[in-house]
Design a protein around this ligand. Structure first.
Ligand SMILES: Cc1cc2nc3c(=O)[nH]c(=O)nc-3n(C[C@H](O)[C@H](O)[C@H](O)COP(=O)(O)OP(=O)(O)OC[C@H]3O[C@@H](n4cnc5c(N)ncnc54)[C@H](O)[C@@H]3O)c2cc1C
Length: 488
């Protein structure tokens, strides 16, 4: 049997039927949501039918960013997050975080039921595995203290034996894109304005916010930044409060849906879930996670992932997420007027946290109380002494910047990628299978790191902060907000 491996996320195999037109004239709205991933769509959903004129803009298609490349688990046990939160903020905050994740899980179930959404939602048992007894015991103790009923086991349903594992029964997996495409249609039916292929290139605050696209201005009383990496906000010092983690994922055909998911408390992390659709069952596994600026030879990372099992994957892809240095996402208001809002930094748990952000941000706009506002406050101070990762991240960023400039990575590529200097500018040329040349500037517009070519997904990736561009230089993921397309 010949298997053609697809270099894209399994979820992107379905297409949305009704792409919304892009914005071509000035408009005025009450709320502008920038970004159409799980955060943006969830916020739009919570704001429908509230007597507000709400508009959502997405630079590409809805759900084409990080959300399209998730593993799609809906779980409140999340590696050793409760030990981390407890260490940084105390046990009461860990308890509140648990409450927020349970709330979000119920909310997703409720939304799916109320709107009759077919998105392969499945209840599964979730395992957390750790071979390091100390970390394992620490997380286990905290979880018991905050009231989670766990069971322990040394064997997984696939007969794999492990040193330590605990599990809960009430977690879920789903098809994230089927969920978001359906929710988009619900929003459209309820008069939310949605514009796709519409990118905000600047935001200026006067009496209201003036948000510019390339050919129109949106005036908005409230702006929700649901764009994953908020590059508009340098003073918000995202680089000091967070870092970016990249992981590699494959989906392989299998015979049996064992109805469980698992994740390890290790570095790098391994994760597993099953996905059953029509007559096919896939095992989706994730490995080789690393801070973007370390271990960033994509070719090696993909090869290692492929070689981990005898079966050839059907889908293979990579993804980045923002990790906060104190393990709590940034969700809430960025100013005293409570009209510039953000939801990001989900530490690779954005299905629950994105839905939660939709609720918290809409409650702030609607001036309603919400018990989670203080916990997630994006402007909270971080105690640098407690942030063990900080020096490592700054050091790795500098290392990565210098390494990218020395272009040591050149020898990673096959002959269809070459680097040149034209008019004093560094450019990179990718020649495709039809011998067409795709030319880009080989510098990330964000902080000027040189880019690495990800041959499997055919993207230019920034080794420092994770921006990604297609072969023609269009930005797919921030922090960069600018393209790198070469202009003669
Ligand atoms: C490998 C991996 C596995 C994961 N697995 C899980 C999991 O199993 N369960 C889980 O809960 N979470 C998981 N996550 C985390 C989760 O996928 C993310 O946290 C979440 O999808 C982020 O959603 P978002 O809406 O914030 O970002 P995005 O989905 O990236 O949405 C932001 C959108 O904003 C748009 N945008 C950006 N700039 C502009 C602009 N200027 N104008 C207009 N639009 C703009 C982008 O195009 C994008 O579509 C995983 C993450 C990774 C990296």
């Amino acid at each position: 049997m010949v298997i053609n491996m697809k270099n894209k996320s399994i979820w992107l195999d379905i297409k949305q039927k009704n792409i919304c037109r892009s914005l071509d004239k000035d408009i005025e709205v009450d709320v502008l949501i920038i970004g159409g991933g799980i955060t943006g769509i969830s916020a739009a959903y919570q704001l429908q039918n509230k007597n507000l004129k709400v508009c959502l803009v997405e630079q590409n298609e809805i759900a084409s960013g990080v959300t399209s490349k998730t593993t799609g688990k809906i779980s409140y046990i999340q590696e050793n997050i409760y030990s981390k939160i407890s260490k940084y903020h105390g046990i009461e905050k860990a308890k509140l975080y648990l409450k927020s994740q349970l709330w979000a899980t119920e909310e997703i179930k409720k939304i799916i039921k109320e709107n009759n959404i077919d998105c392969n939602l499945e209840k599964v048992r979730s395992y957390v595995i750790n071979n390091n007894s100390e970390k394992y015991k620490e997380e286990l103790t905290i979880l018991k203290n905050i009231g989670i009923h766990l069971k322990e086991s040394k064997t997984l349903p696939n007969n794999e034996t492990v040193t330590n594992a605990f599990y809960v029964e009430d977690t879920y997996v789903f098809h994230p894109l089927k969920y978001l495409y359906a929710l988009k249609n619900v929003c459209l039916d309820n008069n939310i304005l949605i514009f796709e292929n519409t990118k905000i290139i600047s935001i200026r605050k006067e009496k209201v916010f003036l948000c510019r696209t390339s050919n129109a201005t949106i005036k908005a009383k409230y702006v929700v930044l649901a764009l994953h990496y908020p590059y508009f906000l340098f003073p918000f010092i995202m680089p000091i409060k967070s870092y970016i983690e990249q992981s590699y994922i494959k989906a392989t055909l299998t015979n049996q849906n064992l109805n469980f998911s698992s994740i390890t408390i290790t570095n790098p992390v391994s994760s597993l879930r099953y996905h059953e659709d029509k007559d096919k069952i896939y095992e989706i596994s994730l490995a080789n996670s690393h801070i973007t600026c370390l271990k960033n030879n994509d070719k090696n990372n993909f090869s290692e992932l492929i070689n981990q099992s005898k079966k050839t994957p059907i889908y293979i892809w990579s993804n980045n997420d923002i990790m906060t240095n104190d393990a709590i996402p940034f969700i809430g208001s960025l100013n005293k007027e409570n009209n510039l809002l953000i939801g990001t930094g989900y530490n690779t748990w954005g299905m629950t946290n994105g839905v939660l952000a939709g609720k918290i941000l809409s409650d702030i706009i609607l001036k309603k109380e919400n018990q989670f506002i203080n916990l997630f406050n994006p402007l909270r101070k971080m105690n640098i002494g407690k942030i063990l990762n900080f020096p490592i991240i700054v050091g790795s960023n500098c290392y990565s910047f210098l390494k990218s400039k020395l272009k040591k990575q050149k020898n990673w590529y096959s002959d269809n990628v070459r680097f040149e200097s034209r008019d004093g500018k560094n450019i990179a040329i990718y020649t495709d299978e039809n011998k067409k040349e795709h030319i880009v500037y080989n510098v990330c517009p964000h902080l000027k790191c040189s880019l690495i070519f990800n041959e499997l997904e055919r993207t230019w990736d920034c080794p420092c902060h994770g921006s990604r561009f297609d072969i023609d230089g269009n930005v797919i993921e921030g922090p960069s907000n600018y393209n790198i397309t070469y202009k003669e």
